[in-house]
Design a protein around this ligand. Structure first.
Ligand code: GLC
Length: 558
C-alpha cells in the first residue's frame, strides 16, 4: 500500500478543553478509603472507589497530596515530590489508580505544593547541615536575625499563627540563622528566584505528566514570589485584604506570573496540554491573571465558600466571576466546600450572626446547628452551582450532605493551626474526617480499623450504602444532577431572568432554567417541565406549582 491509496486512519482527537465545564471531585486521600486497614486512606482505596465516582457522574478527580510527608499539615508538607507516601501506597498503585480512572472516563489532577517543602525534604536537610550563605541554603529563605540575631528578620506572620520565622540552633546549642515558613515551621518556604528551584519543579510537572496525569492543582500559587530586598518590609494586615497592584511583599506579586508562564510551556509539551488550576487567595480582579491561557489556564474562585445564603450575594459573585473568567479566556470555577473550609451544610445551618471561618477555627463551644436548614440550603446551593457554566469542584462527602464534625476531642486534633495558636483555634479537621461508606463498625466501611480521625455516630445516617437506597437522599440528588448536567451542559452562556429579588433565576441554553428561592416563603415557579428539584415541589389543588423556600428547581422551558 502506498501513501496515496491509504485510507486515513482515525486519530482520536484529544479534547484539550475537557476542563472548561468539568465537575471535579476532590479526594483528600488520607480520609477517602483505606484499603489496607491501617486507619489511613490510601491510593488503592481510591482505585477501589473509582466505580463509585464514575457512577456519581463526575468528570475528574483531584487528589490532595499523597506524597511522602511527615503529615505536619495533612500532606501539604511534601518530603519528595516524585513519590507516593509508603503509608498510602507505591508508584505502581498510583499507576493502577490512573489506569482505573482513565478506564472509567475520569481525568486525574494532582496537587502540587511549590511554595514550601517539608522540613524532611532532602534539600532542607542539606540546608541545615550547611553554612549560612551556602548554595544549599539559597534554595530556601534563610536570614540573620535583627538586634544581634535574637529578633526575627521581619514581622511577617505565619498563616497558622505566630511568626513566619523559626530560628535554628546548632547541635551544641548555639543559636544561628532564621528560616521563613509562611505556614508551619515544618514547611520551609522555597526561594523561587533560585533557578535550581524553578528547574526542579518543571521536572516534577513532567514526572507526573509522563505518568498520565491530566492536570495540576497549584497550592498557594500566589505566594511564590517574595520581596526579599532588605530591610524586609512589613506585610499588609490580612483584615484589609491584599493590595491590587502587586505591591505586597509576600503575596500576589507580579513576578509570580513569570513562573507560571514557564510552567505553561511545560504543560503544553503534552497532547492534550496538561491543565492547571491556581489556588490564589487574592483580590477578585487579580484572580484571572493566574487563569490566563499563557499561565495556569484556570484559577479557583472561592467566593461562594465565604458567601451567606443570600440571593444578592450569590448573584453578584456569579456575575462578576463569569465576567472575569471571560476576560482571561478561562472558564469560571465554583467551590462550595473543600478541605480548608467548614462544610457548606454546616455554614448554612449556623445562626446568621456566625461567621463560618470563626466557627471553623473556634476553640470554644460551637453555636447551635440547625441541621434541617443547613441541609436544605446546601442542596439548593449545590444544584445552583451545578447549573452554572464553568467547572464545579465537589469536595468528598458533600455529595452525602455531610456536616462538619464539630466535636473531635481536643487530644485527637491534627491541624497545625490547633498547635500554632496554642489551642486557641481548632482548625480544619472537622471536614477531613474519613468518609462513611456503610454502617459497619469500626469505621463505617472506610477501612477495617479505627480511622485516623474519629467519626461521629450520625455518620450512620449519611453513609453511601444508606443514601444509595434512598431516592430523596443528597447522594441521589447529586447523581441525578450530574447526569442531567452531562446531558444539558453545552456552551458557556447564561441569561439572567429577573422576576423576584429573593430568587436567583437564570437560563442556560435549549430551555434549561435553574431557579433558586433563597427565602423561606414559597415563590412562583415559572412554567416548564420540572427536571429536578432539591426539595419537594408541591402543586396546591387547583393552583399553580410553587417553588418552595430554600429550594432550587431545574426546568425545561419550551
Ligand atoms: C493550601 C492548602 C492548605 C494548606 C496550605 C499550606 O492553602 O489548601 O490545606 O494548609 O496550602 O500548604
Amino acid at each position: 500500500m502506498t501513501d496515496t491509496d491509504a485510507t486515513p486512519t482515525e486519530v482520536p482527537v484529544a479534547d484539550a478543553d475537557w476542563w472548561r465545564q468539568a465537575t471535579v471531585y476532590q479526594v483528600y486521600p488520607r480520609s477517602f478509603a483505606d484499603s489496607d486497614g491501617d486507619g489511613l486512606g490510601d491510593i488503592a482505596g481510591v482505585t477501589s472507589r473509582v466505580p463509585y465516582l464514575a457512577q456519581l457522574g463526575v468528570d475528574a478527580i483531584w487528589l490532595s497530596p499523597f506524597y511522602p510527608s511527615e503529615l505536619a499539615d495533612g500532606g501539604y508538607d511534601v518530603a519528595d515530590y516524585r513519590d507516593v507516601d509508603p503509608r498510602l501506597g507505591t508508584l505502581a498503585d498510583f499507576d493502577d489508580m490512573v489506569a482505573a480512572a482513565h478506564g472509567a472516563g475520569l481525568k486525574v489532577i494532582v496537587d502540587i505544593v511549590p511554595n514550601h517543602t517539608s522540613d524532611q525534604h532532602v534539600w532542607f536537610r542539606e540546608a541545615l547541615a550547611s553554612e549560612p550563605g551556602s548554595p544549599a541554603r539559597a534554595r530556601y529563605v534563610f536570614r540573620d536575625g535583627l538586634d544581634g540575631g535574637a529578633t526575627p528578620p521581619s514581622t511577617w506572620p505565619s498563616n497558622f499563627g505566630g511568626s513566619a520565622w523559626t530560628r535554628l540552633t546548632r547541635p551544641d546549642g548555639t543559636p544561628e540563622q532564621w528560616y521563613l515558613h509562611l505556614f508551619a515551621p515544618e514547611q520551609p518556604d522555597l526561594d523561587w528566584s533560585n533557578p535550581e528551584v524553578r528547574d526542579d519543579f518543571k521536572a516534577t510537572l513532567r514526572f507526573w505528566s509522563d505518568r498520565g496525569v491530566d492536570g495540576f492543582r497549584v497550592d498557594v500559587a500566589h505566594g511564590l514570589a517574595k520581596d526579599l530586598v532588605e530591610p524586609l518590609r512589613d506585610a499588609n494586615p490580612k483584615d484589609f485584604g491584599l493590595p491590587t497592584d502587586g505591591s505586597d511583599p509576600l503575596y500576589d506579586r507580579d513576578e509570580v506570573h513569570e513562573i507560571f508562564q514557564e510552567w505553561r510551556e511545560v504543560l503544553d509539551e503534552y497532547d492534550p496540554p496538561r491543565t492547571a488550576v491556581a489556588e490564589a487567595w487574592v483580590a477578585r480582579e487579580r484572580v484571572s491573571l493566574y487563569a490566563r491561557p499563557t499561565e495556569l489556564g484556570q484559577a479557583f474562585n472561592f467566593e461562594l465558600t465565604r458567601a451567606e445564603f443570600d440571593p444578592a450575594e450569590f448573584r453578584t459573585i456569579i456575575e462578576s466571576n463569569l465576567e472575569l473568567a471571560a476576560e482571561s479566556g478561562a472558564s469560571s470555577t465554583w467551590v462550595l466546600s473543600n478541605h480548608d473550609v467548614v462544610r457548606h451544610a454546616t455554614r448554612y445551618g449556623l445562626p446568621a450572626t456566625t461567621d463560618g471561618d470563626a466557627f471553623l477555627l473556634s476553640g470554644g463551644t460551637s453555636p447551635e446547628l440547625d441541621r434541617a436548614t443547613g441541609l436544605r440550603r446546601a442542596r439548593a446551593a449545590s444544584m445552583l452551582m451545578l447549573a452554572l457554566p464553568g467547572s464545579a469542584y465537589v469536595y468528598q462527602g458533600e455529595e452525602l450532605g455531610l456536616f462538619e464534625v464539630a466535636d473531635i476531642p481536643d487530644d485527637q486534633l491534627q491541624d497545625p493551626v490547633w498547635i500554632r495558636t496554642e489551642h486557641g483555634l481548632k482548625g480544619r479537621d472537622g471536614c477531613r474526617v474519613p468518609l462513611p461508606w456503610d454502617t459497619s463498625s469500626p469505621a463505617f466501611g472506610f477501612g477495617t480499623h479505627e480511622p485516623h480521625l474519629p467519626q461521629p455516630a450520625w455518620f450512620a445516617d449519611s453513609a453511601v450504602s444508606v443514601e444509595e437506597g434512598d431516592a430523596d437522599s443528597t447522594l441521589s440528588l447529586y447523581r441525578r444532577a450530574l447526569a442531567l448536567r452531562h446531558q444539558l451542559q453545552r456552551g458557556e452562556d447564561l441569561t439572567w431572568v429577573d422576576d423576584d429579588p429573593a430568587v436567583v433565576h437564570f437560563a442556560r441554553h435549549d430551555g434549561w432554567h435553574s431557579v433558586t428561592n433563597f427565602s423561606t416563603e414559597a415563590a412562583a415557579l415559572p412554567e416548564g417541565e420540572v427536571l429536578l428539584s432539591s426539595g419537594p415541589v408541591e402543586t396546591p389543588a387547583g393552583g399553580a406549582a410553587q417553588l418552595p423556600g430554600e429550594t432550587t428547581v431545574w426546568l425545561r422551558v419550551r
